[in-house]
Write a protein that binds this ligand. Structure first.
Ligand code: HEM
Length: 402
């Protein structure tokens, strides 16, 4: 690292930073395109443009084993080059837009059932609703028996309490669980697990890779989706003027999700390592150095989003251009599925509930990678706008919960 480069002694794992990282992100963006974090031995990249360029330069920035700030490396396709492409190909067609479009009826039906189940008492927990939606979607697509839904929910709830949610604990819990629960005879024809075992039979995947690959998709597919869906409901509850949009025009549901994950990226940071020395807007990064892409900061960068970057606004032009679903070679393969779930759930809520309002302080997951809630009580009413419950004062009138 050159002596002139911006550096910071900040501890990114400090509880206060985890609670509210946005002032830190703002300070980092002012310091320069890359800031060396002395405590963690990585370059933090805070700006939208720079994060985007790094994600697009997979020949220069590698992903192998680089998913966390701590030594806990993640297990979600943590490879580069042909090894990564080979693994990713296995389920790619199952998550392509056309395949996901065929799931629309099934997801809408599931969302309607869940909303009906969760709303009769005048309140719901957005996290519980989102977790049921994401888990049943992924478990059904995986082709696992219904009896596995409760153990999977329990395993994931336990995994939510560990500090590095994308590291081995969450994926490890899932690998252990799937290794016990899955056998070829219990897997449904046409399911993702079936596709994975077919790839093994065709020699495209080794037998020992089958369960870790399934676990990677299940963990990534459930964890981040729960945070994204629940976070969207929380934002809408704090912004009744925005909630009126998907209520009046169901097509706005997608915008509600994009804005929520731009503002609070469920995955706040992504790790990479420098494969060959490179200049990043005037800061020289050397081969072998590590970078930490601040996705959560990129979503708030006023150079990309203007002076209203901190505001939740469903009419924001180009809101879907956020980087919260990644980009480039490792960009999220589940993005279409996630969007389809968001659309189905928000439309079912819009059909069933006239008002949403926060009903207490949500509990936040403590992680430097994942951002979102572990519980988020919401008051709902189905009786018309005039009778909507009074909302408690917000932390910030424009932004809602941090
Ligand atoms: C709100 C929901 C979601 C968010 C915010 C999200 C976010 C992301 C991000 C930022 C990445 C890029 C990682 C990187 O570049 O290092 C990623 C990758 C990935 N996501 Fe998602 N994701 C979501 C839903 C899903 C779903 C539903 C699935 C599966 C069904 C899924 C499976 C994966 C997998 C397997 C990868 C690794 C891809 C690779 O390395 O090639 N995600 N996701």
């Amino acid at each position: 690292m050159p002596a002139s480069a911006p550096t910071s002694s900040l501890d990114f794992l400090d509880g206060r930073v985890l609670e509210d990282p946005y002032p830190v992100y703002e300070a980092m963006r002012r310091m320069g395109p890359a800031v060396y974090l002395e405590r963690h031995g990585v370059w933090a990249i805070p700006g939208y443009g720079e994060v985007r360029s790094v994600l697009g330069a997979s020949g220069v920035f590698g992903a192998e084993g680089q998913r966390a700030l701590t030594p806990l490396a993640g297990t979600i396709l943590p490879f580069d080059g042909e090894q990564h492409a080979r693994l990713r190909r296995v389920l790619a067609h199952r998550l392509a837009p056309r395949a996901v479009a065929r799931l629309q009826g099934q997801l809408e039906e599931s969302a309607r059932r869940l909303v009906a189940e969760h709303t009769p008492s005048g309140g719901l927990d957005a996290v519980v609703l989102a977790r049921e939606m994401a888990t049943s979607t992924v478990m059904n697509l995986m082709g696992l028996p219904d009896s596995t839904r409760v153990p999977v929910l329990n395993a994931l709830t336990a995994a939510f309490t560990v500090p590095d949610l994308l590291g081995p604990p969450a994926a490890g819990v899932m690998i252990e669980f799937l290794a016990k629960a899955v056998s070829r005879s219990r897997v449904q024809g046409g399911s993702w697990m079936d596709t994975i075992f077919q790839a093994v039979d065709a020699g495209k995947l080794d037998e020992h890779e089958a369960i870790p690959l399934a676990a990677a998709y299940a963990t990534a597919g459930i964890d981040a989706t729960v945070l994204g869906l629940a976070g969207t409901i929380v934002q809408l509850a704090h912004h009744p003027e925005q909630w009126s949009q998907p209520r009046e025009d169901r097509a706005r549901a997608e915008a509600a999700f994009h804005e929520a994950v731009r503002l609070h990226a469920p995955i706040q940071g992504l790790g990479r390592f420098v494969m060959e020395a490179v200049d990043l807007d005037g800061v020289r990064l050397q081969a072998g150095e590590r970078v930490w892409l601040l996705i959560g900061s990129a979503g708030r960068d006023p150079r990309r989003w203007g002076l209203t970057a901190d505001v939740y606004n469903l009419r924001r032009p180009g809101a879907d251009k956020h980087l919260s679903l990644g980009a480039g070679t490792h960009g999220c393969p589940g993005s279409h599925l996630t969007l389809m779930q968001a659309r189905a759930l928000l439309r079912a809520l819009a059909d069933g509930c006239t008002t949403l309002a926060p009903a207490g302080t949500p509990a936040r997951a403590q992680s430097h990678i994942l951002r979102g809630f572990t519980a988020a009580p919401i008051a709902i009413s189905t009786v018309g706008w005039r009778n909507r419950p009074r909302r408690p004062a917000l932390a910030s009138p424009s932004e809602g919960p941090r």
